[in-house]
Design a protein around this ligand. Structure first.
Ligand code: FES
Length: 149
């Protein structure tokens, strides 16, 4: 990782305004922000590690733990709530053995909840990577996770 990080840092001037773009680039490269990378960025920009860490935790876009190959997003908007999204979330949690914000130990899936997707007519809605699945049922969760959806 060090070499990849150094190659990335080499393209920046080391100014404070580089912090967000650098964090974004490192996250794109590694899929999340490893602690070692945050320390390297702090040193490079002459900022304290707690400042860098504070920025990373402030912005939801930054992930401090590895994310899975696939991301499952469960809508927690009103229409989905009314149409029983909690059963879908429970089923996904049960199948994957994780809670929202977590990733399976094989790094295959991350689970997230998210505000309205804007597909309320399809409620309850679950999105896997870029694919939107509407009118979800617990059985459909099983099928989708088995790759039969
Ligand atoms: S509330 Fe779920 S898509 Fe709008």
């Amino acid at each position: 990782m060090n070499q990849q990080l150094e190659e990335t840092l080499a393209r920046y001037k080391g100014e404070r305004g580089d912090l967000i773009p650098l964090l974004q680039e490192v996250q794109t490269k590694f899929g999340y922000l490893p602690e070692e990378a945050m320390q390297g960025i702090a040193k490079f920009l002459r900022l304290s590690e707690s400042t860098v860490y504070g920025v990373c935790t402030f912005y939801a876009q930054f992930k401090l733990t590895p994310v899975g190959k696939h991301t499952i997003k469960i809508c927690r908007g009103t229409a989905c709530h009314v149409r029983g999204i909690s059963r879908i979330l429970n089923e996904a949690e049960k199948q994957l053995g994780i809670k929202p914000g977590e990733t399976t130990s094989d790094l295959e899936y991350s689970l997230e909840t998210i505000a309205c997707f804007g597909s309320c007519a399809l409620a309850p809605v679950m999105v896997v990577d870029e694919t939107v699945y509407g009118k979800m049922t617990p059985d459909k969760v099983t099928k989708i996770l088995k790759g039969e959806g």
